[in-house]
Design a protein around this ligand. Structure first.
Ligand SMILES: *[C@@H]1O[C@H](CO)[C@@H](O)[C@H](O)[C@H]1NC(C)=O
Ligand SMILES: *[C@@H]1O[C@H](CO)[C@@H](O)[C@H](O)[C@H]1NC(C)=O
Ligand SMILES: *[C@@H]1O[C@H](CO)[C@@H](O)[C@H](O)[C@H]1NC(C)=O
Ligand SMILES: *[C@@H]1O[C@H](CO)[C@@H](O)[C@H](O)[C@H]1NC(C)=O
Ligand SMILES: *[C@@H]1O[C@H](CO)[C@@H](O)[C@H](O)[C@H]1NC(C)=O
Length: 419
């Protein structure tokens, strides 16, 4: 009884402390306050840069209004827009006061673009110079660049974590707008094959999905390719028993029409829609994070991200340890008890613990009559692999208790220090 009363409190504390510990600022929220920054904001999200900003401390975002931004970003590929935006994210804190008190009137600041490894020399830095009449000018630090952009106003400051200031025009580094999109010449099948996912590569080739992938790759695509071991694992449904449409849905379920670098996956809240998502089914999954380990939960089974095969805006490819089984195809019964997997709950997910029943040897299908031609919609051995529901619940509670302990402890330490 006491437990029942405490649980909501524990969960509240858990969510509060999670909210505080994940990040102190949210650039998407900050920019959402002004519709004139909506394009800049959208592209920060699409490129995964918003997550990068949120996980960093001591950062300045030089924001452009919609007119200034669209003039520069135009119809450039997302990879180019990402580089351009990265050049507007300074790895230092500049507010109105600091901008007007620069020592000797000029300085260089490193930007996020510098950290990509594609910027050579000073190309990844920004020159900030106090001009006559109290104006502050910005330009590329590359030799010969002009200070074409000026400070217009301060948008938001959280000293000394994040400062958002508006500038009049984009900062353009030499060559930044003409770089070819890296994904244009990527052979997705070959990459996936080389990463130890030959079975998956063959499946997407023989089911006509390579074309879909290759044609969406420029607009944002993330592929989760199960490795060859995953297809040999016990409990993986026999693909020959699925209809063609089901096989296609299963394969589509392993991709999202969105660029999700690992930092974005880690901060994902709620569910991720896949290429299989449509009117007939959600075909989504949730994500949990424990330290450096990222796990996808389908509601039927879970799979750890094994490796990053490619991260090249706007295309990400990962190899995963298990075939992802959408509940729309593989749930035991039509009782979709939502089993809400708390995103980013640090559950170690003991997915191999209960040894699953091998599929061909002893099918645990109840009605003992189906001779060989088991109905395509119920590979129940696969469903049996998931025990996530209950055991994860236990982990959540355990970590809630842990959090409460930590919170209480730190409150104690703080009050001890203060008194
Ligand atoms: C700045 O960030 C730190 C660490 O995330 C946080 O503890 C602090 O409260 C933040 N400062 C403000 C003013 O929000
Ligand atoms: C930041 O705010 C946006 C919009 O309110 C929200 O969708 C997103 O989940 C938030 N991100 C984090 C990391 O809290
Ligand atoms: C400012 O200028 C002086 C004299 O030219 C120089 O010695 C000093 O290093 C400069 N300071 C900075 C921070 O650039
Ligand atoms: C910034 O640019 C101006 C104008 O080109 C130049 O005079 C100044 O030396 C530059 N600042 C630094 C720190 O390089
Ligand atoms: C991509 O790689 C696969 C496997 O190595 C090969 O069969 C295919 O012809 C390649 N496609 C292109 C367009 O080069």
């Amino acid at each position: 009884m006491a437990k029942a009363n405490l649980l909501p409190v524990l969960l509240l504390l858990l969510s509060l402390s999670a909210a505080v510990s994940v990040s102190a600022h949210n650039i998407t929220d900050i920019l959402a306050a002004d519709p004139d920054y909506s394009q800049f904001n959208d592209f920060l999200s699409q490129t995964g840069l918003a997550d990068e900003i949120n996980t960093r401390q001591t950062i300045t975002v030089l924001v452009l209004n919609n007119a200034a931004f669209s003039a520069a970003a135009g119809s450039h590929p997302l990879s180019v827009v990402k580089n351009l935006l990265s050049l507007h994210i300074l790895l230092d804190y500049f507010d109105n006061t600091k901008l007007h008190q620069i020592t000797n009137g000029t300085t260089l600041s490193t930007t996020l673009y510098q950290t990509t490894g594609t910027a050579h020399g000073n190309v990844g830095s920004v020159n900030i110079t106090d001009l006559k009449g109290g104006k502050v000018g910005f330009g590329s630090a590359a030799p010969g660049s002009k200070l074409d952009s000026t400070y217009t106003k301060s948008v938001k400051q959280i000293p000394y974590n994040i400062s958002v200031i508006e500038i009049s025009a984009p900062i353009i580094a030499p060559g930044i707008l003409t770089a070819p999109p890296p994904s244009a010449d990527v052979n997705i099948t070959a990459l996936i094959e080389k990463a130890g996912c030959k079975t998956f590569a063959n499946l997407i080739a023989s089911n006509g999905l390579v074309k879909t992938f290759q044609s969406t790759a420029d607009k944002g695509l993330t592929i989760f390719a199960p490795n060859d071991e995953a297809f040999k694992a016990k409990g993986v449904p026999d693909l020959k028993k699925l209809t063609n449409a089901e096989v296609v849905s299963l394969l589509q379920y392993h991709a999202a029409a969105k660029y999700l670098p690992i930092g974005s996956l880690k901060t994902t809240k709620g569910s991720v829609a896949t290429l299989a998502s449509n009117g007939a089914g959600k075909f989504d999954f949730t994500v949990s994070v424990a330290g450096d380990s990222v796990t996808l939960h389908t509601g039927v089974d879970s799979s750890r991200i094994a490796d990053t095969v490619l991260d090249s805006t706007p295309l990400s490819i990962y190899s995963v340890d298990s075939v992802l089984l959408p509940s729309e195809l593989f749930a035991k019964s039509p009782s979709p008890a939502p089993a809400p997997e708390p995103a980013s709950a640090p559950s170690p997910s003991p997915r191999l613990a209960p040894s699953p029943s091998p599929l061909p040897a002893s099918p645990p299908a109840p009605a003992g009559e189906a001779p060989g031609g088991a109905p395509a919609d119920a590979p129940s051995a696969a469903a049996e692999r998931s025990t996530s529901g209950k055991s994860d619940g236990v982990h959540v509670k355990a970590s809630a208790v842990f959090t409460v302990t930590v919170t209480a402890l730190s409150a104690f330490v703080i009050s001890a220090v203060l008194s």
